[in-house]
Design a protein around this ligand. Sequence first.
Ligand code: ADP
Ligand code: MG
Length: 394
Amino acid sequence: MVRYIEELQLAGKRVFIRVDFNVPLDDAQQVTDDTRIREALPTIRAVLKAGGKPLLASHLGRPKGVDPKLSLMPIAKRLSELLGKEHEVLMADDCIGEGVGKQAKDLKPGQVLLLENLRFHKQEEANDEAFARQLASNADVFCNDAFGTAHRAHASTAGMVPFMKEKCAGMLIRKELEQLGKVIKGAEKPFVVVLGGSKVSDKIKVIENLLPKCQTMLIGGAMAYTFLKAMDLEVGKSRVEADKLALATKLLETSKRLGVEIVLPVDHVCGTSPDDKSQAIDVNERAIPKDLMGLDIGGKTRAMYTQYIRDARTVLWNGPMGLFEVPKFAEGTRVVAIAMANNTSAQTVVGGGDSAAAVNDFGLSAKMTHVSTGGGASLEFLEGKELPGLKALE
Ligand code: ADP
Ligand code: MG
């Protein structure tokens, strides 16, 4: 059992909160998207309200040693704006050491201490025990609220936990576990899974784990062509994983045996190559001409998928329907997002980094029941894997 932050007595205690502040910065080191900072606010506010002293820790980017360009300083500034005048955000110059320990002890009610980038120390990712002990030594309570790194066993997500007196999950992790958990255990029927993205190989375990749980699986993206090819259809120059054809055939057989429908595109939007500058070409049948490449689902497929999504009670979506980064191949992805947003009586959940980015771009995030903040972590959760960051909290 995992305990949650609101179940603990926090008054006067130093609470180490592992957050995910791995946000994008521009060349002037300004935060360009503060979603992840805002997602951490409920837990930070809960700790402050309970009289605790929050020590916030995160990684940012992939520094090799100390790198001023990847300092969390700009994040301290943004966090301070978001928390408002009644809370002061102090910035530490490291994440371990005596200086940090003293700053943590001296925190006054209402103040927040942001530790410097955990990955300035290579021991973080190496899950080094001595480093983990040092992180643990400056706090009384451990709270993990970084769902996006829960699939990694690093010092700040797993290693330090045994050295803490008390441990718990924050409110963002709680939301992720409740929403994703509801989908994989006890989704309301009809449960429709929409899967896309670039590779079948990335999603095999997700397909295998979800096939027995859903009624319908709508497939799009490049992975659709490996399935179509496995059915002996011509797919032209579309991306196909030759070594996954047998697996695709097996998955199609399994779905028949389970009575689950795997639905594949019946038409396509094509180009001669991914960076073809000319107009997109509509191919109004399943087979794709030899000189073309499927880069999005076609109009009939979009209408068909919309209908399935409209009639569902639960919709889980992972993986774009096409090369959505290019506007002329984004329509399939957009239509799926709109159909989900329009089905207000269903639980609608989006997982996966690119899918979440697409939904954000379309301005539809707020219309979904849940958009997971964990790219890789949400995939591993949907595969049914145990995440080390969550296991450490049990
Ligand atoms: P997520 O991050 O949501 O799990 P993936 O990483 O699996 O999604 O896949 C996203 C990538 O798949 C995007 O970059 C998208 O352009 C690419 N993609 C989708 N469909 C196609 C296609 N038909 N051809 C080439 N790339 C595609
Ligand atoms: Mg991705």
